[in-house]
Design a protein around this ligand. Structure first.
Ligand SMILES: Nc1ncnc2c1ncn2[C@@H]1O[C@H](COP(=O)(O)OP(=O)(O)OP(=O)(O)O)[C@@H](O)[C@H]1O
Length: 611
């Protein structure tokens, strides 16, 4: 029952997909079914008539001998070429579908809600969808299984007519072996489904070893901490788990495959005996002996094929439905904010120019956190507790506090990367849901601590493929990377990293950070945030970068996070966070008056350190 439900769901989804993407796929499929259904009978009937023509000396006629030889040869040639031609086209179009699915999976992962990127349930759904695409033939696997069932049904029907008009009980051994085959294959498939489920968690872990850990960003730490051995051990553990799980299942499958093979052999033997007895009794001719033996073989193989294709189809849909689950759960949860955005008629189908027009009205932005409390999804601890703070339009504010105080979390909530907070976060008196996604993200230029550069050119990293009428050289100059870029042969057309080109560059920590800051400057949003992206800079350079940046973003609302409190002295106001609570607030001078305060203490400890 469940199988049929999965099958219907998958055929609706993938069948519609194939129809919408390439209708020729169905034309090739229908032709393939016709040719495959007819081709066995070319040999079965051709050889019967040919043998009878040769065997019966009294009626032997050269014309008919040549005719039947030509019939078999030309018929088989045409059939095999048509099968090949349609089959190749079906696979070629199937490969195109494969690429579309994989691209969709990748694009949906890039676009899905940020919180999903950390949710292990969602990560499992994604992993299963990816495995479903890799481990099944997708549309091709599913639809060709159905096509196979239809083809083999016609073949079996033809054989039944042929056999039943001559020796009906020849069908008995065939039917017994078919029943055994159905039983064993259904058992194996049940096991395969369980195996797929059991492996999803293991697969996610092994992907970490197989792909992520091989990336260059891990290379230094692995070498310097001599971590290769421990990784090897951990990886071996995973490999052992994969091996043990596969062994457990496949040993079980082997038992069924053996039973199957025994029944096939017994069935073939019985058919031979029955046919030989009929030859002795002269109830069939030698030609009929040949055609009946071939026909029962075809019938047995057609029935096995129907059962296998049906079970394969069930298995494929049970696995492939993971992709539909992904599309229907994760993929639909794209970057649209709360449903309130949609209710307010705010769609993301607005052009860049329209967004720019809207932004012209957002020259100044006031930010207000109203009694905001927040726990990360699937965790129990409050990271921010009843945080209330107003950052006035054009004000430059620093958020400081010890490690883990909640500073980055404050920024992530401002960016609306999570929506499960209590309280209200307002920009110019409106919550995120009252903006469209594009509008909202255009309000913010943020450089996070753990920003990432893309393996594209320097220019593409700064502009993120958006062509604004802005003097890029000026931006490079302000960000302090002008000299570095000018020293490169291909200037800002130089690729970062070597992923796509051989002469890509590996920027230093400081150059990378300045590049990320250039990106934020280029975006030119009314709210700018530097979440300590300058850790790789020395204190003097950091102070310089912050000061220059601050001059440049004059008039905009700016938030700075830094552990070096001296870098933020110039801010209009400093908010001090401790364990998710706002514990102090004021200008540098005001905070320094409170000698018992956290800021005073932190500042003095650092001042001693730097002096
Ligand atoms: N995605 C996450 N899931 C669960 N907990 C998280 C997540 N990100 C951060 N945390 C936890 O939230 C707390 C605050 O983290 P946050 O990054 O906001 O601190 P921070 O003040 O910016 O620290 P630092 O100065 O070290 O950058 C920490 O205890 C951290 O472990």
């Amino acid at each position: 029952m469940k199988n049929n439900k999965d099958n219907i769901r998958c055929f609706k989804f993938f069948g519609k997909f194939a129809w919408q993407n390439d209708k020729k796929y169905y034309a090739f499929l229908i032709l393939n079914i016709i040719v495959n259904s007819l081709s066995p009978f070319v040999t079965i009937l051709g050889t019967q008539y040919l043998i009878d023509e040769i065997a019966d000396e009294s009626k032997r006629n050269m014309f008919w001998i040549v005719f039947w030889v030509a019939f078999i040869c030309i018929g088989s040639f045409i059939c095999s070429n048509l099968k090949k031609w349609t089959g190749e086209n079906i696979s070629r179009i199937g490969e195109k579908f494969d690429r579309i699915f994989k691209t969709n999976l990748c694009m949906n992962c890039i676009k899905m809600k940020f919180k999903n990127t950390e949710d292990t349930d969602v990560l499992d759904i994604i992993k299963n969808a990816e495995r479903a695409l890799n481990e099944t033939g997708q549309v091709n696997g599913l639809i060709t299984a159905l096509a196979n069932i239809i083809t083999k049904f016609f073949v079996a029907l033809g054989v039944v007519v042929l056999v039943c008009t001559r020796i009906p009980w020849l069908m008995i051994p065939v039917i017994i072996s078919f029943a055994v085959n159905s039983y064993t294959t259904s058992k194996v498939n049940k096991g395969r489904r369980k195996f797929f489920k059991e492996m999803s968690n293991v697969e996610r872990g092994s992907t970490y070893f197989n792909t992520e850990l091989q990336e260059s960003r891990y290379a230094k730490d692995i070498r310097l901490y001599d971590a290769s051995e421990i990784f090897e051990k951990k990886y071996d553990g995973y490999v052992d788990r994969i091996y043990d799980t596969s062994k457990k299942y496949f040993m079980g499958f082997l038992k069924y495959w053996n039973v199957n093979n025994i029944f096939y052999s017994v069935s073939d033997m019985t058919i031979y005996i029955l046919l030989v007895v009929n030859i002795f009794n002269k109830t069939i001719s030698i030609g009929e002996f040949s055609s009946l033996f071939q026909a029962t073989g075809e019938f047995a193989s057609a029935i096995r094929n129907i059962v296998n294709s049906y079970l394969e189809m069930n298995y494929t849909s049970s696995v492939l439905k993971s992709y539909i689950d992904f599309v229907e759960s994760v993929a639909v949860e794209d970057n649209e904010f709360d449903s309130s955005a949609a209710e307010n008629g705010l769609s993301d189908n607005i052009t860049l120019e329209e967004t720019e027009d809207i932004l012209a009205n957002f020259d100044k932005c006031e930010i207000e956190f109203k009694d905001v409390s927040f726990k990360y999804p699937n965790t129990e601890k409050y990271i921010l507790k009843n945080v209330s703070a107003t950052i006035k339009a054009g004000e430059h504010v620093a958020i400081v506090g010890q490690n883990g105080a909640g500073k980055t979390t404050f920024i992530k909530l401002l960016c609306h990367l999570y929506d499960n907070y209590e309280g209200k976060i307002l920009i110019n008196g409106r919550e995120a849901g009252e903006y469209s996604f594009r509008e909202y993200i255009r309000l913010l230029s943020v450089v996070f601590q753990d920003f990432r550069l893309f393996a594209f050119t320097i220019k593409e990293n700064v502009t993120v493929f958006e062509d604004k009428k802005v003097d890029l050289d000026e931006i490079y100059k302000i960000a302090g990377i002008e000299d570095w870029i000018n020293s490169l042969e291909e200037k800002d057309s130089t690729h970062i990293y070597k992923m796509f080109v051989e002469n890509g560059v590996e920027p230093s920590g400081g150059q990378a950070q300045k590049l990320a800051i250039a990106r934020a400057l280029y975006k030119n949003a009314p709210i700018v945030v530097l979440d300590e992206p300058t850790a790789a800079l020395d204190p003097i350079s950091e102070y310089e970068v912050y000061k220059n940046f601050d001059k440049l973003v004059h008039g905009k609302t700016a938030i700075y996070i830094s552990h070096r409190l001296s870098s933020c002295r110039f801010c209009d106001r400093i908010i001090v966070l401790e364990n998710g609570l706002v514990v102090e607030e004021g200008s540098h001078e005001e905070l320094m008056e409170n000698e018992k305060g956290l800021y005073f203490n932190m500042y003095n400890v650092q001042a001693r350190h730097y002096s």
